[in-house]
Design a protein around this ligand. Structure first.
Ligand code: TYD
Ligand code: MG
Length: 452
């Protein structure tokens, strides 16, 4: 076995024989770290040479699933935690990953299943402080403060927990490798070892992975293909809501999502996210439009807020967006000027999604247009009206996916009217939405005329 030195980009995992200031694969600066490349160890498992098998002879494996305490987390997992699966939970530092997993551990341990929660980041006393806030009862929750992966797995072997949690993958290291904790080679080796452990003992394991602001799982990015499930835990630090969603799931769809509120006693599931995001909506104020958006398969009503105000000094008017795509919004503004005859010259425009949510689907275009024009004209939109529809460059309103789901959600939240793409409404079965009026519009001009 010959070791050789390589330089590995800690952001994307690209490898180079020589150091460079910038990774030519992902463009990140200063991300190359020298690592000793060990020859891939066969991992102690001797594989029999594989033979081709006829498709019809392959047996179905019955999949055992456990319910974790929080119902919405089960949904995100595709119907519970699969025995022997490896789940990576990624999120920015401080977003609440340790809190979420300690709650999961708490609930499973309370059901008298032994759970092993390993932390390489905090002392047992610190974890206990958090546990006290979360109301951890004694149960059979074992805590272990350890970073040596081989020792962690030896303890896991002893305890034989129903679930293993390792918080975080960046702090553990395998003694088999010389590179430091948190480097790509270590993170990969650790994930591979835990994966083999989980599969051979049929013990499901959660790995916590910190991700950088840019959204890449620094180091853990290269784990996405190793693990069975990747969950992302997201939210704005200054806002209390958090969203958990699956980015990859070998055992289920990736469409479900769970919304939580971070409270003084941990994460509380928000059972009605639409009501949550609309709860502080101002009454009768110009510049506020409710949009029907869909995240995964879940409909979500959100409030778009726009503020159009004259530029104080004769300089460049400001255009600011929070929670929406900046370029797309700029395009919509240009389009409203050209196709609907409004002028934003000399106006600053601020657009925001209330509650710190971010939306990245074009179906909110119509709502953005409505909020901006409402603020410009200083005229509130009808209080009980919701909007959805993609706006195209000729000012046409284009159909979007899942119109019925969107309208039903607006109906459920008590909205009286929805303004939607005419194309969507043509193909709709009205029987399921008797309590809401549907207005269709084919162009932005038509939609604006209808409302104002
Ligand atoms: P934490 O789970 O430590 O984040 P991560 O593991 O992703 O780094 O949670 C971080 C924040 O959550 C911290 O700023 C404190 C806050 N928090 C609450 O507001 N309520 C609680 O009950 C707990 C445990 C934490
Ligand atoms: Mg943590």
């Amino acid at each position: 076995m010959r070791d050789k030195t390589v330089f590995i980009c800690q952001s994307c995992g690209a490898r180079y024989p020589k150091w460079m200031g910038r990774c030519s694969s992902c463009g990140e600066w200063n991300s190359l770290v020298e690592e000793i490349e060990e020859e891939a160890s066969p991992g102690g498992l001797a594989f029999a040479p594989a033979e081709p098998v006829l498709y019809k002879d392959i047996k179905d494996i019955p999949r055992r699933r456990f319910a974790v305490g929080i119902e919405d987390v089960n949904k995100v997992l595709g119907g519970g935690l699969v025995a022997g699966s490896l789940v990576l939970v990624g999120g920015e530092p401080g977003i609440g990953k340790s809190t979420l997993l300690l709650q999961v551990a708490r609930d499973m341990a309370a059901a008298d299943a032994p759970v092993l929660y390993v932390s390489g980041e905090e002392s047992l006393e610190q974890i206990k402080l958090r546990g006290d806030r979360l109301g951890v009862r004694n149960g059979r929750l074992f805590l272990l403060a350890e970073t040596n992966l081989e020792r962690i797995l030896a303890q896991a072997e002893r305890v034989a927990p129903k679930v293993l949690v390792i918080d975080s993958i960046q702090t553990v290291f395998s003694a088999k490798m010389t590179s430091g904790p948190g480097t790509i080679s270590q993170v990969r080796e650790a994930a591979n070892q835990v994966f083999r452990f989980a599969k051979s003992r049929q013990i499901p394991a959660f790995l916590v992975g910190h991700i950088t602001k840019e959204g890449s799982l620094a180091g853990p990015k290269s784990l996405e293909h190793i693990v069975d499930v990747v969950l992302l835990f997201e939210g704005e630090r200054d806002h209390s809501h958090r969203v958990l969603r699956a980015m990859k799931n070998r055992f289920g769809p990736v469409s479900e999502l769970a919304v939580f509120e971070m409270t003084a006693s941990g994460l509380q599931p928000i059972l009605n996210p639409s009501a949550f995001f609309l709860r502080e909506r101002p009454r009768g104020e110009p510049g506020s439009a409710v949009v029907c958006t869909v995240k995964g398969t879940r409909p979500l009503l959100a409030e778009i807020q726009a503020l159009v105000s004259s530029t104080l000094f004769s300089g460049n008017p400001r255009r600011m967006t929070i929670g929406l795509d900046h370029y797309r919004t700029a395009m919509l503004l240009a389009l409203v000027e050209k196709k609907a005859g409004y002028s934003f010259a000399g106006e600053d425009i601020y657009i925001n999604v209330a509650g710190g949510m971010s939306i990245d689907e074009p179906a909110v275009d119509l709502g953005v247009v409505m909020a901006v024009v409402s603020s410009l004209k200083n005229m509130p939109l009808p209080q009980d009206m919701a909007f959805f529809g993609e706006v195209g460059l000729s000012g046409e309103i284009r159909s979007v996916g899942q119109p019925l789901v969107r309208i039903k959600e607006a109906q459920a939240l008590g909205f009286g009217t929805v303004l939607a793409p005419a194309g969507n409404l043509a193909a709709l079965d009205r029987k399921e939405i008797p309590a809401i009026e549907c207005w269709g519009a084919g162009t932005v001009r038509e939609a604006l005329q209808r409302v104002f």
